[in-house]
Design a binder for this molecule. Structure first.
Ligand SMILES: Cc1cc2nc3c(=O)[nH]c(=O)nc-3n(C[C@H](O)[C@H](O)[C@H](O)COP(=O)(O)OP(=O)(O)OC[C@H]3O[C@@H](n4cnc5c(N)ncnc54)[C@H](O)[C@@H]3O)c2cc1C
Ligand code: SF4
Length: 476
């Protein structure tokens, strides 16, 4: 294959939507599409085995990417899977939703030489989907039970990764989650068009087959205190994520049809899962035929605008107070959203939600970027007299998430938290200030990424194991 052809294969696989840019609204081209054996081999063979694996160094799991690419090129997929799974509890998930442009692929030397990165995420997904199809992915069954138990609060990727690692080491593992399904934001936050729900369910089933006990609709704080769980288990891991939406304190914020992002996305995900969702069916939390305004410039805002487009919104606008170059969300997601028909209104800040009972508009004001602040980032400044109102039948606020007040919720005022509300841990031991209580994922590091939650879950499992074995030895 010539260099030019290779580049085309790469572009097609990385940006499959480019082929049918005009097929908007009724025929969505998702981030990935079926990836055949030949494409995987083509992509993996592009790895130059450069000897300086920047891709690996920029993967939070330090995945052995060059080795599994090389094995894929050779068609040795079962071995490629074994190497990939050795450092990652859900490569089929990270392959789909890691922001690869900021992590492994963004640091591929081929990308640096302007030839376009090897599509590492697609190959990772392909290897693991093939492994599932061939029965190579096994439930985590220990060779020997060790007689100790760990309670994990939160069944998101952090809790799931820790559960698998601990189960393999022989612990009895219980996951407690207030949702009715295990998976956390993998199920109820991230839209199905980025991560299919059966991909998450498949992992949950494996954990159950391996003996992990799931307690769904069990809210710590309501159904048990932290202390209750400490008494029941030898150790407890807090992996509850961050769920408190940042408020937008504007006039009219209490009007009907102004929603926080997660409420909107959870409703949409439940509907996609086939649940009975009256708020979707009666049109309340459904963007169909509505003018939708989403406020925010992060990845959650991108998920909202793209969901609204898929629900058949009349128009979808995304308001962000800085410009495109300074938005926090992935540029790849912005490009996807634009192609699907989303209008980005850069350098614009909302001033008020307008309407009597329901929202009918968003009053906004134009901004310009002023002098850089202490961190070097240009601060947005208001352009006086530039206010105007745009139509809105639904407004969604996507301004990020903060931790809930866990010491109060868990009836554990002694639990140490940072000034941002994240659970304080010693990053070497992953332990909180309470003996035998550990924390991992977003609740310890603040809103982050799935791959970091997996990293934390694995690290916490190792530290819990060390702690409990040392305690057992001391007691012997
Ligand atoms: C809309 C959205 C889109 C995102 N998209 C991406 C993406 O594309 N790629 C990416 O890498 N990251 C993405 N993220 C971030 C990613 O989802 C999180 O970083 C990751 O899920 C954190 O994992 P976690 O295990 O720490 O917490 P979570 O996934 O939040 O799981 C925490 C679990 O704890 C449970 N819980 C909370 N409190 C209690 C309690 N008191 N009792 C019992 N259970 C409790 C919750 O029900 C939940 O199931 C996205 C986030 C959002 C909000
Ligand atoms: S886990 Fe994420 S960063 Fe690491 S190799 Fe996979 S896609 Fe890249």
């Amino acid at each position: 294959m010539t260099e030019k052809m290779l580049k085309f294969v790469h572009l097609e696989q990385k940006y499959p939507h480019k082929r049918e840019a005009s097929a908007r609204r009724t025929d969505f081209n998702e981030i990935y599409e079926p990836f055949e054996d030949s494409s995987a081999a083509d992509q993996s063979s592009r790895c130059s085995q450069c000897g300086v694996p920047f891709c690996q160094a920029h993967c939070p799991l330090y995945n052995n990417i060059p080795d599994w690419l090389s094995l894929t090129t050779a068609g040795r997929l079962e071995e490629a899977y074994a190497i990939s799974a050795a450092t990652n509890n859900m490569p089929e998930v990270t392959g789909r939703i890691c922001p690869q442009d900021r992590l492994c692929e963004g640091n591929c030397v081929i990308e640096q030489s302007t030839h376009g990165a090897v599509t590492i995420g697609s190959v990772e997904k392909y290897i693991t989907d093939t492994a599932f199809a061939n029965g190579w992915v096994k439930a985590p069954k220990p060779t020997k039970e060790n007689g100790m138990s760990v309670g994990i609060i939160g069944g998101g990727p952090g809790g799931m990764a820790a559960a698998e690692q601990l189960r393999l080491k022989g612990y009895e593992v219980h996951i407690y989650d207030r949702y009715d399904r295990i998976g956390g934001l993998l199920v109820y936050g991230i839209p199905g068009f980025k991560l299919e729900k059966d991909v998450v369910e498949r992992r949950v089933k494996l954990l159950e087959e391996g003996g992990v006990v799931m307690h769904t609709e069990f809210e710590v704080g309501r159904d048990a205190t932290l202390d209750d769980l400490r008494k029941k288990h030898d150790s407890v891991l807090i992996a509850t994520g961050v769920y408190k939406a940042r408020d937008l304190k504007l006039p009219g914020a209490g009007l009907n049809n102004v929603y926080p992002a997660l409420e909107y996305l959870t409703t949409s995900n439940r509907q996609g899962l086939g649940d009975n969702v009256p708020a979707y069916d009666d049109g309340t939390l459904n963007a169909k035929d509505k003018n939708v305004v989403v406020i925010g410039g992060g990845d959650t805002a991108m998920d909202c605008v793209r969901t609204a487009i898929r629900q058949g919104a009349k128009s979808v606008k995304c308001l962000y107070r800085r410009d495109r170059a300074n938005m926090p969300g992935s540029q790849r997601e912005v490009a996807n959203a634009e192609e699907e028909g989303v209008e980005f209104v850069w350098l614009t800040n909302p001033e008020a939600f307008v309407g009597d009972d329901k929202v009918t508009g968003v009053r906004a004001i134009k901004m310009r970027l002023g002098a850089p602040d202490a961190g070097g980032r240009q601060s947005p400044e208001i352009i006086e007299g530039s206010s105007y109102t745009m139509d809105a039948d639904m407004a969604i606020t996507a301004l990020g998430f903060e931790p809930e007040d866990l010491p109060t919720l868990f009836d554990a005022p002694e639990l140490g938290v940072s000034r941002w509300g994240t659970v304080k841990i010693d990053f070497r031991s992953m332990m909180t200030n309470l003996d035998g209580v550990f924390a991992a994922g977003d609740i310890a590091r603040g809103a982050s990424l799935v791959v970091w939650a997996i990293r934390d879950g694995r690290d916490a499992a190792d530290r819990i194991d060390e702690y409990l074995l040392a305690r057992k030895e001391a007691a012997a």
